[in-house]
Design a protein around this ligand. Structure first.
Ligand code: F6R
Length: 613
């Protein structure tokens, strides 16, 4: 969701900005633009609706632009449709200041009225343009002429969330950056520095970076970066080093990031689980999740959005089943409005790949304020949720570029199993022997997922048969229902086929009226005690014309004669089955999307990191 990049140094900034924007494409966008300060002292803005390739064409058509400082942006529309005019950067005042922005300015209407009354003319419908004019107005009227103070004054008048990049003709080699509730990093190079929404946009030039925190403002020049706090006082920041390799953010011979990331799941699961298993015990050294804390929790809340929520729903079932403690998984965007009952000893598990999802962050802050101990399951190191939670359990999935999550989801499940296992031990529901056996099952999980991936060709074949269906239903009971939700989301988000997940026993209470000849139903059956019941539900749909693909546990003993195809999973403890059953369904979604020529890694309208509420 919106990406910002900025460069100031000695080389031509344009190709660096364009490469940076390409690296941010995965976040999701509908338009792109750049602003460059030329050697001739001009501020050139080039922007367009559509893909970065369209921007590149416009840049090329603009002829030679000699510049070593500039900012770029990919926009995911919030205020105003995707159009050239609404694309960023936006110019302020008489065109000497350009601004890129990620986030939402909540009081933009009020600011717009105020600035219009002062004679500023708006050229877009965006909230961002108000910031550009506000900075220009405050700068024009400032007595000290200090652009940093002007930006600070401007953001003090703004309500909402933002990451901002500002360039001004007055300071041709300088970028001003600011943030509140939206991520922004500053890449530190030799004789050059960058700003970006995330590390993928800077890693080609440097591995050293600073994370800008809320309400901070930075001045970025080729040879120095100065950071100020909200009061304009200079502060020191920790310099961090990127720990992963550039190759992790490249396709490595695969056609799409999504299939690469599906295939990486055994490694992601292994890297998440194995460092936390020591001598037959699950050990959390890093996150303050002590046995006392776990034993005393009366309620475990789980919060997340989309696939992270689906991982949480699996987690809820696993935790309630193993630990016999009340556990509820809730949609983060609803959590705040449900007036949840949170007691000081409660445990709140916050799940987020990006660690920047605005709804999840807001829900976490609420739980924390109510006194719960918050532990974040997060993939992006040092992201906002990771830094604000009381404790963090990183999923070591590596950078996930495909918008549709696969390996991060699987790593989230692994992290939840780890918590469930230790929680059960801490609460006396597993003795040392049982705990050791559970750890052994976890240690074996990566190999089982690897084995499950062997169904790849079968799923590719099924995709050729079923890619033309108008609607697909995913059915399951218990853990299989939770896995069905994720399977359904995967299919619809990347293939644009309507699909729904249903608790297998619930379909007959209304939705079964949608089943007709040729409707595809994918049934999941991995829980031994539920096999017979699920078979009955399969019969209900096949007798109404549905074609069923069954994803069956290794010991499935039910009658499979009604199913058109059966995909059998490797043998696995039933409690961990969601990690296996999702694999064929990720593959099915992927191959169906490929068959339908969809933009698999960048599905329409979607953003990887959803930083607005
Ligand atoms: C679906 C998907 C989304 C995310 C959701 C939360 O494939 O990726 O549903 O799971 O937007 O994102 P994070 O995990 O970054 O908080």
């Amino acid at each position: 969701m919106c990406g910002i990049v900025g460069f100031t140094g000695r080389e031509n900034a344009l190709p660096i900005l364009i490469k940076g924007l390409h690296a941010l494409e995965y976040r999701g966008y509908d338009s792109a633009g750049i602003a460059a300060i030329t050697k001739e002292g001009e501020l050139r803005v080039i922007k367009t609706r559509g893909r970065i390739e369209a921007l590149e064409k416009k840049v090329l058509a603009a002829g030679d632009i000699d510049c070593t400082c500039g900012i770029g942006h990919t926009r995911w529309a919030t205020h105003g449709e995707p159009s050239d005019a609404n694309s960023h950067p936006h110019l302020g005042g008489d065109g000497k200041i350009a601004v890129v922005h990620n986030g939402i300015i909540e009081n933009y209407l009020e600011l717009r009225e105020h600035l219009t009354a002062r004679g500023y003319v708006f050229h877009s419908e965006t909230d961002t343009e108000t910031v550009a004019h506000l900075i220009a107005d405050l700068h024009k009227n400032s007595t000290d002429g200090d652009i940093v103070r002007t930006v600070l004054r401007a953001i003090h008048r703004v309500r909402g969330s933002y990451a901002l990049g500002v360039v001004s003709l007055d300071r041709p080699d300088e970028i001003i950056a600011a943030r509140r509730d939206n991520p922004l990093v500053i890449g530190l190079g030799e004789g050059e520095n960058m700003i970006a929404s995330d590390i993928t946009a800077i890693i080609r030039r440097t591995r050293k970076y600073i994370i800008l925190d809320d309400n901070e403002v930075a001045v970025v020049r080729p040879d120095e970066v100065i950071v100020y706090n909200n009061f304009g006082e200079r502060i020191e920041k920790e310099v961090r080093t990127v720990t992963w390799d550039l190759s992790a953010a490249e396709k490595g011979g695969y056609e799409h990031f999504m299939i690469k990331e599906i295939m990486e799941q055994p490694r992601a699961i292994s890297d998440t689980i194995r460092p936390r298993l020591k001598d037959g015990e699950i050990v959390f050294e890093e996150n303050g999740l002590t046995d006392d804390r776990m034993a005393n929790a009366k309620h475990v809340h789980i919060i997340g959005c989309g696939s992270a929520l689906h991982a949480g729903i699996v987690g809820q079932r696993v935790i309630e089943s193993l630990c016999r403690v009340r556990c509820t998984a809730r949609v983060a965007s609803e959590f705040r409005y449900e007036n949840p009952i949170i007691e000081p000893d409660d445990l709140c598990i916050v799940i987020s790949q990006s660690g920047e999802t605005a709804d999840t962050l807001a829900a976490m802050r609420q739980a924390k304020a109510a006194g719960a101990f918050t532990v974040a399951i997060v993939n992006v190191v040092s992201s906002t949720i990771a830094r604000e939670a009381d404790g963090v359990l990183y999923t070591w999935a590596g950078p996930e570029i495909s918008v549709a999550t696969t390996k991060a989801y699987s790593a989230q499940l692994s992290a939840l199993y780890l918590i469930a296992g230790r929680l059960a031990f801490a609460r006396g529901l597993m003795d040392a022997e049982q705990h050791k056996a559970f750890c052994a099952s976890l240690a074996a999980l990566p190999d089982l997922v690897q084995k499950t991936l062997e169904c790849k060709e079968q799923m590719q074949f099924l995709a050729t048969r079923y890619n033309n269906r108008a609607s697909v239903f995913f059915l399951g009971r218990g853990l299989d229902y939770a896995a069905a939700m994720e399977a359904s989301l995967k299919l619809k988000e990347i293939s644009y086929i309507h699909s729904e997940a249903y608790a297998a026993g619930e379909l007959k209470h209304g939705t079964i009226s949608l089943i007709e000849d040729g409707t595809l139903v994918v049934a999941l059956a991995t829980q031994h005690e539920l096999y017979e019941k699920t078979v009955s539900n399969i019969r209900e749909v096949t007798s109404r014309g549905a074609e069923v693909i069954l994803i069956a546990g290794a010991d499935f003993t039910g009658d499979e004669s009604a199913c058109r195809y059966v995909v059998r999973l490797p043998e696995c403890p039933a409690i961990l089955s969601a990690s296996l059953s999702i694999v064929p369904l990720q593959l099915l979604a992927y191959y169906i999307a490929v068959e339908r020529s969809c933009d698999v890694d960048k599905p329409r309208n979607l953003a990887k990191s959803v930083t607005v509420e």
